[in-house]
Design a protein around this ligand. Structure first.
Ligand code: ATP
Ligand code: MG
Length: 555
């Protein structure tokens, strides 16, 4: 896109260009995407992926995929696999697949180095005692009585911690920095703790594990990451990040922070999304209502649309809530270009074309996608009995109503003009059937009738149509920012976020594929769901044709 290259640089790109201009890192750009494998990736991670891989691509660099798996308790191999699949699906290739746990030996050596420099000590205080001595942001903390232990004693105790001689919670290794620092994280942070847990990769080899702050920067440094991009909550960690690197005398990776992406009417926290899964508010991580990458994929969102969305929102330095309508807009815009047009009647009303011969079936040709002339055509059967949408008929129409009404004519898309002659009702007075007549010489493409009709409606031939289950999704939350509301975020769940209906779809959809996006003409974008079987088709509504929600909400 011409505009994109003319757009001003985001602040990360500006930093990289400055670094390149001064010859820093010998012109090398290496970023990393560092997920903790404790859940599935969500739209916030997509933003981080697009940023990390995007800037590296732009400046001829590379990006590592590094699993931040230093906490043995919450991590699972299922998550590792889903994360890899999601990054690939988004369209990115990593240079190396790495695991922070591969660095446990290095990190252990780093810890010993700090001990030998007199910059780390083993503390036997309980966590309560440590918390009590930590001070407050306005009051300095107090030195632990174990702070003055000798280098030899610390080295020996740390080794014994590693050998499993002490119970969990009885000792930790702390960096010796400054208990009066205005940055609470610099007040002798814990850098190693004892945990008798089996790690998904290292098994039972270790019973001591490094804390985040003693793993992340060091891992960056081991890989010689040039620009370590993370979210704003890590701003206070930067001082410790730099302190560790400086005192360990290792490669000087640098940390840069940008604003987390929050999306309206959604939750972007793996921990909370896990609750939705575990408490069965949704059918799984890939439920199409979830803001997870796997949920969006199943919903029919495309990687192109998600990347475009991430591009459009830019890279902010202050947290803000992004309107989910923008994401839906990007999805709609992309699907409009690529979706195969088909006809499906979601709320059916039977129409009998009384002057059309019984038993006759015509094969009408219709375009697959008028936006893409290479997409070809397909055949639609037409016959005497068809289904149309209930709301394409009105018994007492207003002047501006151009669809079917008693005595009025409408064009059936790719077929004929029909006129409504008779309205059949049941005992309750509800319209159950229409009797229409068709104009024989009005066939689309060969129309010599000269009849001007303003409306065109979609339809399916009753005998050949296939019954399909359609899942209509609405927003999962009733409020814009469920994380910010009082109380439990689950109280704000929209109980009506899934509506299941039965529709009649055109017969070509018998061979619908999971990878093809469809536009149900005049209805919206839909995709086949993985629950679909040849006996029972199931479609998800990806997004409507227009943003109807904004209108509804404003009522
Ligand atoms: P969560 O709270 O959902 O678990 P996290 O930050 O703990 O998020 P990680 O797996 O640690 O998740 O994140 C991997 C990378 O993705 C990190 O660099 C993190 O900063 C980034 N990231 C996570 N959530 C967002 C978000 N909402 N917006 C932008 N980047 C994000
Ligand atoms: Mg995290």
């Amino acid at each position: 896109m011409a505009e994109a290259s003319e757009k001003s640089l985001n602040f990360i790109e500006q930093i990289i260009e400055d670094d390149l201009a001064t010859g820093k890192n010998n012109g090398r750009v290496l970023t990393r995407f560092p997920p903790e494998p404790n859940g599935y990736l969500h739209i916030g991670h997509a933003k981080s992926i697009c940023l990390n891989f995007g800037v590296a691509q732009k400046y001829g660099g590379k990006t590592n995929l590094r699993f931040d798996d230093t906490n043995p308790v919450t991590e699972e191999t299922e998550y590792v696999e889903s994360i890899k699949a999601d990054v690939k699906w988004l369209g990115f290739d990593w240079a190396e697949e790495l695991y922070a746990s591969d660095y446990f030996d290095n990190l252990y050596e780093f810890a010993k180095k700090l001990i030998n420099k007199g910059l780390a000590y083993v503390d036997d205080s309980t966590s309560e005692e440590m918390a009590a001595m930590k001070g407050t942001p306005t009051m300095p903390g107090m030195n632990s009585s174990y702070r003055s232990r000798s280098i030899e004693e610390n080295a020996e105790l740390f080794e014994r911690m590693k050998n499993g001689e002490f119970a969990e919670g009885t000792r930790v290794l702390r960096a010796k920095i400054d208990m009066a620092s205005t940055n609470m994280l610099m007040r002798d942070p814990v850098i190693y703790r004892i945990k008798f847990a089996t790690h998904h990769r290292t098994g039972d080899k270790w019973c001591i594990y490094p804390m985040y702050d003693f793993a992340h920067g060091q891992s960056d440094s081991i890989e010689e990451i040039t620009h370590s991009i993370c979210t704003l909550e890590f701003v206070p960690h930067r001082e410790l990040y730099d302190w560790c690197i400086e005192n360990l005398e290792i490669f000087p990776s640098k940390q840069y922070e940008f604003a987390r992406l929050s999306l309206s009417y959604a939750i972007t926290s793996k921990r909370k999304l896990l609750q939705l899964v575990n408490d069965n508010y949704v059918t799984g991580w890939d439920d199409p209502r979830m803001p997870t990458i796997s949920g969006m994929r199943r919903r029919g969102y495309t990687p192109e649309a998600i990347r475009e969305f991430c591009e459009r929102i830019g890279v902010a330095k202050r947290d803000n809530l992004i309107d989910v309508s923008l994401l839906e807009f990007c999805v709609r815009e992309h699907l409009n270009k690529i979706a195969t047009r088909v006809m499906a009647v979601l709320d059916p009303l039977k129409v009998i074309i009384t002057n059309y011969p019984e038993g006759k079936v015509e094969e009408l040709t219709t375009e697959n996608n008028p936006e893409d002339h290479d997409s070809g055509t397909r055949i639609m059967p037409f016959s005497r009995e068809i289904w149309i949408e209930k709301d394409d008929f009105m018994e007492n129409p207003s002047k501006k109503y151009f669809r079917l009404a008693p005595g009025l004519m409408v064009r059936l898309k790719s077929a004929y003009i029909v006129r409504c002659d008779e309205v059949i009702k049941n005992a309750a007075g509800e319209v159950i059937e229409l009797h229409c007549s068709y104009i024989e010489n009005s066939k689309s493409g060969q129309d010599t009738s000269g009849i001007p009709v303003k409306g065109t409606i979609h339809w399916v031939s009753a005998a050949q149509a296939i019954e399909a289950e359609i899942r209509l999704y609405d927003r999962l939350f009733k409020v814009e920012d469920p994380s910010r509301e009082d109380g439990d975020f689950k109280e704000y769940i929209n109980q009506d976020s899934l509506q299941t209906i039965t529709a009649f779809v055109e017969p070509s959809l018998a061979t619908a594929s999971l990878s093809t996006p469809y536009q149900f003409l005049r209805k919206g974008y839909y995709c086949l769901d993985q629950d679909s079987t040849p006996e029972k088709l199931v479609f998800n509504r990806t997004v409507g044709l227009r943003d109807t929600w904004a209108k509804e909400a404003g009522k």
